[in-house]
Design a protein around this ligand. Sequence first.
Ligand code: SAM
Length: 217
Amino acid sequence: MEDSYKHKGLRKQLALQVKEKGISDKLVLKAIETIPRHLFLDNAFVEFAYQDKAFPIGEGQTISQPYTVAFQTELLDIKKGDKVLEVGTGSGYQTSVLLEMGAKVFTIERQKVLFDRTSSLLPKLGYLPKFFYGDGFKGLPAFAPFDKIIVTAGAPLVPPDLVSQLKSGGLMVIPVGGENDAYVMKRLTKENESNIQIVSFGDFRFVPLLEEKEWGR
Ligand code: SAM
């Protein structure tokens, strides 16, 4: 697992590109500059690792575009020590960004092959989230409540179980919609148990968040 000066230079440029697109959170930019994204892709595709693009990671899934990772993370307003639930572990790149920023991460993935691959890779890179194989629609009630929740697949609606697992004062960032794979990025602020504020932040493309009953799809 080689990390060369060339890779370091390329990810410095990637962080600059993401900054030019409007991301200003210094810790997010620092995480992009630090994490060896080429190690999250198959060897044959390393040359694509530092382009600001989503890329296939097998099983019909993708590693999200770095700008999208940065945008969602900035909206989450991560503070050191935040307890974060991530739905859709995928390659583990977003997970690593959250860990680099000092969050405690609980991450859940429904694809067994990706779950196995990523839960073996991340510890080798020094990233130690808690990994779960299961349906992120249901969240992780046994570990709730969470300060922050991030959903990294496109949801048809905001899963009610996730709202109930968010702390009062907590934030959730989730792409919602699905018309032609386009989803609106939403940030929910749980003011208290009966008051949720929702703000929308433009369109993004995502693979769908699938409920357990749809997993044969
Ligand atoms: N955070 C990922 C990364 O950095 O690579 C992005 C992964 S991809 C855009 C979304 C992931 O959500 C896929 O790996 C997919 O298998 C997963 N997913 C879809 N529906 C799910 C569900 N109900 N529960 C958990 N994971 C789900």
